[in-house]
Every structure is written in C-alpha cells, then in structure tokens.
Design a protein around this ligand. Structure first.
Ligand code: SFD
Ligand code: AMP
Length: 625
C-alpha cells in the first residue's frame, strides 16, 4: 500500500465543505460552540477563499426577500418556490430559510460586499427576489468571516472527503486524504454537517475537447454530498429533479440579469418569440403553467420545442434590450452616450464577476452585446438543490413550522442522527442560492450545536482495523497504477486498470444516451432507464479497477465514484416517477403528461450502506403549520 501517514482528528462538530452553506454554519456554530466549550472543525477539498460554486464570484444575490421593507412576505416566497418546482417543495424548509436569508445578506454587506444601491437608497433589484452586486470577491469576503470565527487552526484545506465512518447505523466521522501530501485523514465527531455542493459532469457536457472543463456549475462539485449522505444511510429526496439551465452558448454565461434587469427577449432564428408564440402549450401543464413567473423548466421547454422544430438557434436579443434602455435618453445626446457606456459596462461586468469565460468568448468572437445578439442554449443537466433543481437529503424542518411528519428533533438533521445537511446537500428547498445556502448553513450549524449540548453524544472511537481498511480502500487506485503501469509502453492504455477521465467519459456517455441528456433531447423512458441501470452496474464493477498516477488523479477517481451514485439515484428516481412533471428538465416519452392524481408527491429513496440495495418511496406534500 502507498506509504501515507494517518492523521486522526477529534472534534465536536465536523463541517464538511467550505462553500456558502459551510461558511454560514461555521460563523453560527462557532458562536454557540464557544458558549458551550465545544470545538468546531471544517474540511474543504480546496482553499476556502476560492472554493465551491462562488469561487469565481457572482454578479447577483438571487435570494433576498426584503422583509424589513415590507415588500414581500415569507409566504410570498414559499408560493413562488412551490410554483416554480411544479408543486414539489417543502414549505417548512423554504420558509425557514426565507425568514433568515435577509440577515445573511446584511452580514455580507457589513463584511464588505458591494451591493448596488438605488438613487433613493435601498438596493438595486435585478428582479423581485434578486439584488445586483459587484461580487468578484464575494467568496473571499464570506470565507474571511468563517475563518475569523473558527480560527484557521480548525480548518483543513485541500483535504478530499471520501466517505462517512459508520458504527452500525450511527455516523461517527468521515475519512479522506490530502490532495497535496501523502496523508490519510480520519475525522471523529459527535455531530457532522455535510455541505459539499451539488454534482456536475454526471452527464455529457455540451463543451468538448479543449473546452471540456467549461461548465456553468463548477466541475469540482462532483456529487460528494449525495454519496456521503446516501452511504450513511440517509433518506434522499427529489433525486429526479435535475436542473437544466439555459445559458449563453458554449461559455455558459447566466441569463438572469438579461431577462430581469435588462428585460431582454429571447427569440428563435426567425425572430419568433417562443414565450409568446407557444403560450398555448402552457395549458397542458396546469395549474403551474398558468401563473407568473412561468416555472423555469417550462420556460426551457417552450424554447426546446422551437429547436426541435428546426427554428434554432435561440438568441438572447442583447442589442435590442440595451438599445431600448438607451433610447429612453435619446433626446439628450450626452445622457444617451453616458447611458450606452454604463449599460455596456454592466453587461460585461455581469460576466466578469461570475463567468469570466463568457466575457472571453465575447471578446474572442468580436461580440459587442449592444450591437449583436448571442446564442443561448439549454445546457446539460446539473444536480443543484440550491437553484431551480431540488435534489438532496431529506431533512427535518423547524419545530414551529414543520408538520409532525417533517420534524424529528433538530432543523436540517438528516434521517441519520447527528448528521446535518444544507445548501445543495439538502433537498426539496429550492431557490436558496448563495445567500439562502449561507442562511440554511447557519440554521443547521446552530441546530447541530444544540444537538450536541442536548443529546450529549459520546466522542466516538474508531478501531485501527477499521482505519486500515478505509485507508487501503481509499489508496487502492494508487497501488493499482503502481502495480501495473509498466505492463504497457503507454500508461493510459492498460488492460489492468481504467483511468478516471476514461471512466468519466463512460459515465457521461451512458447518462447522455439513456437518462435524457443533451444527446437524447432530454428524453427518457422505462426501458431506457432500465438499460441505463444495467450499464451503471457494469461501470460500478469496473470502478474496482480505477487507477491513479498521482494525488490529483486519486481525487479524480473518487470524484467520479461519487458521480456514479448521483447518477444511479437519478435514474432510479426517474424510473419510479411515472409521469412527466418537469418538461424542459426531462421528459418521460412513455408517460408524456403530468399526473397530479398519482404523482403530486415527493419521491424519496434510501440505499442500504452495506448491501447497497435501494428502496424507493412516496412521501406526501404537506403544508407548513
Ligand atoms: O444566477 C468538498 N449561484 C448563484 N447564486 C446567487 O445567489 N446568485 C447568482 O447570481 C448565482 N448564479 C450562479 C451560481 C453558481 C454558479 C456556479 C454560477 C452562477 C456560475 C448559485 C450559488 O453559487 C449556490 O447556490 C451556492 O454556492 C450553493 O452553496 P453550497 O454551499 O451548497 O455549495 P458550494 O458553495 O459549491 O460549496 C461546496 C463546498 O464543498 C467543497 N467540497 N470538500 C471536501 N471533500 C469533498 N469531497 C468535497 N466536495 C466538495 C467545495 O470545495 C466547496 O467548498 S446564477 O447563475 O444562478
Ligand atoms: P439564472 O441566470 O438562470 O441562474 O437565473 C438567475 C435568477 O433569475 C434565478 O432566480 C431565476 O429564477 C431568475 N430568472 C431567470 N430567468 C427568468 C425569467 N425569464 N423570469 C423570471 N425569473 C427568471
């Protein structure tokens, strides 16, 4: 076995991930832990300052309710989310986040995040729930607060978490390895908070070759949350509810600011506005198709119908939108010129703060948005419970909001005692975004400390035999490569093992073809899902032969192993739900209609950590108290 030092760490609360939800948990838990003499430890696979989905920054905060200004109520947000997810959402969880999120945003501002201000005071809104920011350094600001509260001595960066350590049905810790030095880590904890983000590159991306790494959501979020909670035996929810974002083509620039702030139209190649021309289609998706805003998946779907009819490409009419705004100043040439300059700057800033590649592609292809429209396209599927997707763990709601069926002691606790989840890691509470994920992290962080204080779980022990077995399993890809690398003259062509990139291509290809990827026009069926599961079984067999030539490749091996479980959860849940509820995200060709009688419910699943046998179940959708 590769020669790795074993590092054992004991703590009261272990925070997994260093993203928006974890930074929220760190700030809140550190405060309450200090009051109770407890220790909090955080582990991130990268550097917290620039890790996770907000690594590159953001140009907007997409969840701000504005409670103090009386603009909106918590119920308004609950209804908005329920509607956007075609009826499938946990009101108690959405309300729990909505009543706290403004607090997180005010903290960000206090910590130095520049939020655009309107002339009369107040924030500049991109939309009803979205604020414009100069967010290039958003993550650095939020990370600094987490570090100050936790103390850097309690933060382990560049340590990749592989999986949970279980003692029977109880979770007692987590194990992983450093991606920089030969160290194997065993974390033992009295409670664990999981927020390792969503999953990207489970499906074949539109980008290829030199552009392979380009995606909207970050390729370094590889489904570790799903694998961790599944492997702990936790119940999961909404694993079929992937998110298909419509994005500026090829560089994946977001569209929110264009549709909401610049009020831009999107048209097909012949100038037809599909949102208008195809509005009759919305009747088929009642009641959700008939309210405003139209759910994100239905907005996608109307555009997809145009593309399938050969009316593509679809264009974001940036030139039209910017000229329309500037024309309001046409009587004053000086003001008009200044406005054009301002709009141009805002258009570029939107991407420079968040998706730099889109600005680079514009520059590289001589695009001036004020003169020329840009193609937009439906991207490959992502698993991101914090945006317009809903996949994640099934967690307890707050006692004062959750009906009894949804409350089991502590907010955001999974169905495994002492395990908590937030952000992309917790499901059925969509539209929380960066700010709501931070707020949910705070809610869960506080609840986890309360759990330790009230339940007083013992500090767990893990015997040496267990540690050695986990270490051997974790490092096996390195050993396999070392053992067989000289069998051929070309180390990436070897019958004894499979390298992580090749493994990922297999996964992405089968998901694209059988589970309704871009290549299959987002369409699947019972027979396709069943065939997909057969191929996933073969792929999991081959995962035993994953090999790694370095620490970096070892991380890639385990990232793809995690993706495989996200893929299986997704296919099994799409197979189980016999209807089409989210056209525009995925379409069941054999059940092309929505069926509110049979399927207006949650579909949840569990996987036995030992046998890996799956159980699918329905759960009722209940209103909050
Ligand atoms: O508009 C391990 N998001 C946006 N949110 C907004 O509020 N405004 C926007 O403008 C947004 N836009 C946007 C967004 C995201 C992206 C990528 C783009 C544009 C291009 C969404 C938010 O970013 C998102 O909702 C939150 O960040 C989700 O928070 P969280 O905590 O669930 O995930 P994370 O921040 O990615 O953090 C995950 C952490 O886990 C670490 N990690 N650590 C150890 N071991 C492992 N095995 C690990 N696996 C992962 C990561 O390093 C990271 O620290 S718009 O387009 O939507
Ligand atoms: P996106 O850029 O697609 O990630 O969207 C950013 C935010 O804008 C999210 O809150 C979306 O729900 C919202 N949004 C995007 N497009 C529209 C639209 N056409 N109508 C209403 N809300 C939208």
């Amino acid at each position: 076995m590769a020669n790795f030092e074993t590092v054992q760490v004991e703590t009261d609360l272990l925070i997994l991930g260093g993203g928006m939800a974890s930074c929220g948990a760190a700030v809140e838990a550190a405060y309450w832990a200090k009051k109770n003499g407890l220790k909090v430890t955080l582990v991130d696979k990268a550097a917290v300052d620039r890790s996770g989905a907000v690594a590159m920054g953001l140009s907007a905060i997409n969840q701000y309710v504005g409670l103090k200004d009386g603009d909106n109520t918590v119920d308004d947000y609950v209804n908005y989310v329920k509607q956007d997810l075609m009826g499938v959402a946990r009101d108690d969880l959405v309300a729990s986040i909505a009543r706290h999120v403004d607090g997180s945003v005010h903290l960000f501002e206090k910590w130095g995040l520049p939020i655009w201000k309107a002339e009369g005071g107040g924030y500049v809104h991109e939309g009803r729930w979205q604020l414009m920011i100069n967010g290039e350094s958003y993550k650095v600001i939020v990370a600094e607060a987490a570090k100050n509260h936790l103390g850097t001595e309690n933060i382990y960066e560049r340590v990749f978490i592989v999986g949970p350590i279980m003692n029977g049905a109880d979770i007692v810790g987590a194990y992983g390895f450093s991606v920089r030095e030969n160290k194997f880590y065993v974390f033992k904890a009295r409670a664990i908070f999981c927020a390792m983000g969503g999953a990207v590159h489970v499906f074949k991306p539109r980008s290829s070759g030199e552009g392979l790494g380009r995606a909207w959501y970050p390729p370094w979020n590889s489904g570790s949350s799903t694998y961790f909670t599944l492997k702990a035996g936790a119940e999961m929810t909404c694993q079929e509810v992937r998110f298909i974002p419509v994005r500026f083509k090829d560089a994946y620039g977001p569209v929110g600011a264009w549709f909401l702030l610049f009020k831009s139209r999107a048209t097909n190649a012949f100038g037809g506005e599909y949102m208008v021309e195809r509005r009759d289609e919305l009747e088929n998706w009642k009641p959700y198709g008939l309210v405003k805003p139209i759910p994100a998946n239905l907005r996608n779907y109307l555009g997809m119908l145009d593309v399938m009819e050969g009316k593509g490409p679809i264009y974001m009419r940036t030139e039209e939108a910017l000229q329309k705004i500037a024309n309001e100043y046409k009587d004053d040439p000086k003001a008009h010129k200044a406005k054009v300059k301002e709009l141009e700057a805002e258009a570029w800033e939107d991407f420079l703060d968040m998706t730099i590649s889109q600005a680079i592609l514009w520059a590289a292809s001589d695009v001036q948005p004020e003169e020329k429209s840009s193609e937009i396209a439906a991207a490959e599927p992502y698993f991101i419970g914090s945006h317009s997707g809903a996949s994640g763990a099934w967690v307890s709601g707050p006692e004062d909001l959750a009906p009894p069926e949804y409350f089991w002691g502590y907010e955001n606790m999974c169905t495994v005692k002492g395990l908590f989840a937030a952000g992309d890691a917790s499901g059925a509470s969509s539209h929380k975004f960066s700010s709501g994920s931070h707020a949910e992290g705070r809610i869960a962080g506080k609840a986890a400390v309360r759990y330790i204080v009230k339940e007083n779980p013992p500090m767990p022990t893990v015997d040496d035999a267990t540690i050695e077995a986990l270490k051997a399993k974790t490092l096996k890809p390195l050993d396999l490569f070392e053992e067989h690398k000289d069998f051929t003259s070309q180390t990436d062509v070897n019958p004894n093992y499979i390298l992580p990139k090749m493994y990922m291509f297999r996964l992405q290809k089968l998901m694209d073809e059988y589970a309704g990827g871009v290549g299959a026009q987002f369409t699947t069926s019972k027979v396709l899902c069943e065939r997909g599961l057969e191929l996933l079984d073969l792929l999991k067999e081959d995962s035993e032969n994953l090999a790694a030539s370095s620490l970096h490749e070892l991380m890639r091996c385990w990232e793809n192993y995690h993706r495989t479980y996200q893929a299986e959860a997704h296919v099994r849940t799409m197979l189980f739900r016999e209807e089409t509820r989210w056209p525009g995200y995925y379409f069941r060709a054999d059940f092309p209609k929505i069926d509110n009688d049979k399927w207006l419910c949650f579909v949840n699943c569990t996987m036995d950590p030992e046998t890996e046998e799956w159980t699918m179940l329905k759960r009722d959708i209940l209103p909050m108290k």
